[in-house]
Design a protein around this ligand. Structure first.
Ligand code: ACO
Length: 329
């Protein structure tokens, strides 16, 4: 007998992450552009980031993060039938980074595709995997956020180049039967939004069908800041409403790691206690789609996030895109 879809949940079995070899402090950046450790820390909370070197492509970072997540989950290539890579910095225009990762991991069944929602990419990918798994069409998903933003930064523009870093994080999700209550382990709800009218506030000024180049990231930082807190808290309120939970019920808040001031303001607006916030922005900078799985991996492996914990993830990024997912670990 087929299981009713309302009882299938996408349960997190493991997470893993991988960073490039080269760590770059604010002090080192200050030798490259006119900036200072003080300015960067005060405005963003970022102290250091990792930058990919030769051979450290997005698919290489993604594959290494995936191997760690699969080992932690106790799942092999034979188990995975869905690979989604959230990235805005693919190795090539095509094929997708996901199919390259699929091949590198020796996965020969199922489907693999990229998903592009900039910094919201990982939340969008978790929500997408959840639809596949809870429909019963697929059984075990590898969801990855991986970026090499250093390749699309304008290293002469101090207003953007100090903010970003490279890295990858991965999560293994498996369809398992639940009771259909919020006590179930797994993704309990997800809420995605986008509004293309905000394009010019955060974009890359090149691409295959316009300039024929990869282009550089351009951002009106103040404009992004102005919208970020309202948008991310809106979708978290949607998640609370859909599940009948409140900020008090959360064990962990794992936001997109763009800027410490945005993170703190969002938490404060919703009454989320500071000790429940997982912050890795000081260590990694803004790694776009990789930032949430990197943070989840740090907090799961250091013992903070444990089975049964209620975890809120949220992000906002270029487009604009924004979204949240509430997960019982
Ligand atoms: N070092 C030193 N000075 C700098 C730097 C730098 N790296 N960058 C800008 N400045 C200067 C500016 O030139 C300006 O100088 P001026 O007053 O003489 O003209 C001054 O600092 C203030 O610049 P602002 O841009 O107004 O600084 P602000 O306080 O707004 O901080 C920041 C800038 C950090 C970018 C902020 O707007 C921000 O965090 N915005 C959100 C950006 C973000 O998080 N984006 C990512 C979200 S979406 C995604 O993740 C892709």
């Amino acid at each position: 007998m087929t299981r009713p879809s309302k009882c299938l949940r996408s349960v997190v079995l493991g997470v893993g992450s991988y960073l490039p070899q080269r760590r770059v402090t604010n002090a080192e950046l200050a030798t490259m552009v006119d900036t200072s450790d003080d300015w960067i820390v005060q405005r963003t909370g970022i102290k250091e980031r990792y930058l990919a070197g030769e051979g450290e492509t997005t698919s290489v970072l993604a594959t290494r993060a995936a191997q760690k997540a699969m080992a932690f989950a106790g799942r092999t290539a034979a188990d995975i039938d869905l690979v989604i890579v959230a990235t805005s910095t693919p190795d090539y225009t095509f094929p997708s980074t996901a199919t390259m990762v699929q091949a590198a991991l020796g996965i020969t069944q199922g489907v693999a595709f990229d998903l592009q929602a900039v910094c919201s990419g990982f939340v969008f990918a978790v929500a997408t995997a959840d639809k596949f798994l809870t429909s019963g069409s697929h059984k075990c998903a590898l969801v990855i956020g991986a970026e090499t933003f250093s390749r699309i930064l304008d290293w002469n523009d101090r207003t953007t180049c100090v903010l970003f870093g490279d890295g990858a994080g991965a999560m293994v999700l498996e369809a398992q039967e639940g009771e259909g209550t919020i006590a179930d382990r797994g993704v309990l709800t997800s809420h995605l939004r986008s509004d293309g009218r905000h394009r010019e506030k955060l974009f890359v000024d090149g691409g295959p069908s316009t300039t024929g180049t990869i282009g550089h990231l351009r951002m009106s930082g103040r404009e992004v800041f102005r919208h970020a807190v309202g948008m991310t808290t809106d979708v978290m309120v949607d998640a609370f409403a859909a599940t009948g939970t409140t900020a008090e019920d959360l064990d962990w808040f794992v936001p997109h790691q763009a800027n410490e001031r945005i993170i703190d303001a969002s938490a404060e607006k919703l009454g989320i206690s500071p000790e429940k916030i997982v912050k890795t922005v000081s260590l990694h900078g803004n790694t776009s789609a990789a930032s949430i799985p990197l943070a989840l991996s740090v907090a799961a492996h250091d013992g903070r996030i444990k089975a049964g914990d209620l975890v809120m993830i949220e992000a906002m990024g270029g487009g604009f895109t924004w979204g949240s997912a509430l997960i019982r670990w």
